[in-house]
Design a protein around this ligand. Sequence first.
Ligand SMILES: NC(=O)c1ccc[n+]([C@@H]2O[C@H](COP(=O)([O-])OP(=O)(O)OC[C@H]3O[C@@H](n4cnc5c(N)ncnc54)[C@H](OP(=O)(O)O)[C@@H]3O)[C@@H](O)[C@H]2O)c1
Length: 288
Amino acid sequence: MAARQGGGAHGCPALPLANGRSIPVLGLGTSHQGGYSHDAVVYALQKCGIHHIDTAKRYGCESLLQKAIKDSGVKREDLWITTKLWHSDYGYENTKKACLESCRRLGVEYLDLYLIHWPDAHVSGKSNREVRAETWRAMEELYEKGLCRSIGVSNFLISHLEQLEEDCVVIPHVNQVEYHPFQRPQELVDYCRSKNIVFEGYCPLAKGEALTHPTIIQLAKKYGRTPAQICIRWSIQNGVVTIPKSTRAERIQENCKVFDFTIAEDDVEILNGMHDGRHVSWDPGLIV
Ligand SMILES: NC(=O)c1ccc[n+]([C@@H]2O[C@H](COP(=O)([O-])OP(=O)(O)OC[C@H]3O[C@@H](n4cnc5c(N)ncnc54)[C@H](OP(=O)(O)O)[C@@H]3O)[C@@H](O)[C@H]2O)c1
């Protein structure tokens, strides 16, 4: 997948989506886990040139981000904002309402990317497939109206994507899935690419677990970098949109400094070989 220049973060390239838009390959994660720091988000936007923010209704910080974006002084058109639809809002009408509410909390008129957060719908009397299809029809409408400039899914496996393709019109632009050295779902990555779906990886540091692994520490020493930079650079070199989260300004700065070195192919292979199938977030493997 060819990268284009642009998207902030000191040389951060952007990856083209099927709809002609481009997503910055490095973004800042936010979450309800591990806390939220207003100062860190403002620092990321103002000082690190990070212009891509990943959030979700579930994380409970959309309103806080509105304030951070305002305080940063970065213009809306220079930002890429992703948020996600939580399963309590699945279904045709609820989805449209939830999108408007997320926009209101974020203080924006449109989203750059809106994702269905999780393939399980938790609706009694209806199959997950039925609810995902209804929900996606609303997502398509939000896309056609321009309220969402791109639409996608998260934690979808090949089976979920195959069903969605049969049931719907617009193929998701993005699939956001757990991706780090211990969790590299290559078959899913290849499938997404064959369908022109950009693969976005979350938990690039395996929530910190990868940073103490001896192989990663050894590679960090070899390249004169930190373990976090090795994980982030590896993910980006594999063509994956990467969204590390930190609540500390100095770590955000560290996590952004990944565009001035390259991991040699042999070392990428070593990191690729670390996959052991472990999940540090949730595992959609049992969701039909
Ligand atoms: N779609 C989904 O279902 C889903 C699921 C999970 C996550 N996500 C997204 O992915 C983002 C990232 O995932 P994540 O936060 O779970 O995991 P992560 O980015 O792999 O790891 C975050 C953890 O690593 C620490 N950390 C960050 N930079 C560091 C550094 N340079 N050195 C040492 N420690 C560092 C952070 O602590 P400090 O804050 O103390 O620095 C935090 O504990 C989330 O914020 C969210 O946007 C999506």
